[in-house]
Ligand binder design. Structure first.
Ligand code: NAD
Length: 355
């Protein structure tokens, strides 16, 4: 059994919760829209399921409502935004606006975010820039709180899930958006599997002894297990460079339990943003991209009835389906959101039950 809720009702509900937890109306709706958008594109691990955690962090003083994120270093094409431990959804939007303006002025921009709350679905930042007509790539780490992933060859938690995202605009078409954690599975998806009573995919996680497990409970412990990096040494190496680029390079710090900010969830991000007209004509870029898309998707399907999907295509299809049908929730995930709402005297909207 699952529940469905209309996106607008879910957004209003989430915004009311954040408002009750101390955010301004603007901040509350920015965070709510970002989370519901993650649900709409199918990344439930980074959607409304996060509400309970965010409110907990606010209560513990680890996440600061209405924080004053600001540009802390301005060198033209290079800038640093300090998030002041505020909601990442607000910090990210501010930083991407800065990045877009700088990329338009200089042809490219290198913008770092440090000391931000959870930046959510990282593909959202690539989408914001693609909508502004810009190509981008983003590297993210946490500075300690999110240590979950074993390095290739290791058996316990040393690295974060460290996502990488990239986006490219296409005139008149949906942008191309790659958005992946460097771990085999995002921790939020383990949470969702636990709530649904489902097993994890094989080869994604280890128990506390370093043995492969498909049981979400064996991952959480205690004692806790670890997630494996995707693609063995390749994902592990990419994750390691997320630590360098987003953490060590920006002053946001690489994952380490001894980090000054390791007691709260801090996301750091390095974004490289390029105007597609920087090296040659924008039209030439668009034409070459269209050729690449046709060439790649023209590969004969491996399986009968199969197809080659473009980065971001699955999300665009899911968005269309869920916008029409509503956002689905398993009863346990919905209960946790409603419990948080009730603790703040916010009443839950109606849902539709599906078998
Ligand atoms: P995933 O494994 O679902 O991969 C998603 C990407 O792969 C998308 O770009 C999608 O278009 C593409 N894709 C999926 N199936 C495809 C197919 N069959 N053919 C071609 N392309 C395909 O995502 P994930 O690694 O589980 O990450 C989930 C989310 O978690 C992301 O939004 C990520 O940003 C987020 N995340 C955030 C943090 C954080 O610290 N803020 C940490 C980890 C993950």
């Amino acid at each position: 059994m699952r529940l469905r809720i209309a996106p607008a009702a879910l957004t209003a509900f989430a915004a009311a919760i954040f408002r009750a937890a101390g955010s301004s109306a603007m901040e509350a709706s920015t965070v709510a829209e970002h989370l519901v958008e993650a649900n709409l594109v199918g990344h439930d691990s980074h959607g409304a399921i996060r509400i309970a955690k965010y409110v907990d962090w606010v209560r513990r003083g680890e996440l600061v409502p209405n924080a004053s994120a600001a540009v802390a270093l301005d060198k033209g094409a290079l800038a640093l935004v300090d998030g002041a431990f505020g909601y990442g959804q607000v910090v990210g939007r501010l930083a991407m606006n800065e990045a877009a303006a700088r990329a338009r002025a200089h042809g490219f921009a290198l913008v770092a975010i440090r000391n931000s709350g959870h930046l959510g679905r990282i593909g959202a930042w690539a989408e914001q820039l693609a909508e502004a007509g810009l190509v981008s790539v983003h590297f993210v780490n946490t500075s300690g709180y999110g240590i979950l992933v074993a390095p290739h060859g290791g058996s316990d938690r040393r690295l974060s899930a460290n996502p990488v995202a990239a986006g490219a605009p296409r005139p008149g078409r949906a942008p191309l958006i790659l958005d992946i954690a460097t771990s085999m599975i995002a921790e939020g998806k383990i949470q969702v599997a636990r709530n649904k009573g489902e097993a994890l995919p094989a080869g994604a996680a280890l128990d506390w002894r370093g043995r492969p497990t498909i049981d979400p409970a064996a991952f959480y412990g205690p004692p806790p297990g670890a997630i494996l990096p995707f693609g063995g040494h390749k994902g592990s190496g990419l994750s390691f460079f997320c630590e360098i680029l987003a953490g060590a390079l920006t002053g946001g710090l690489a994952s380490n339990p001894e980090s000054a900010t390791a007691g709260r969830l801090v996301n750091n991000m390095l974004s490289l943003v390029v105007d597609p007209g920087a090296f040659w004509a924008r039209d030439a870029f668009a034409e070459d991209l269209a050729r690449l898309v046709d060439w790649t998707t023209g590969s004969p399907p491996l399986e009968p009835g199969g197809e080659v999907l473009l980065p971001g295509e699955l999300e665009a299809r899911t968005r269309a389906e869920r916008t029409a049908q509503g956002v689905p929730f398993d009863p346990e995930s919905w209960r946790s959101i409603v419990a948080t709402a009730e603790s703040l005297a916010v009443s839950a909207p109606a849902t539709r039950t599906e078998e």
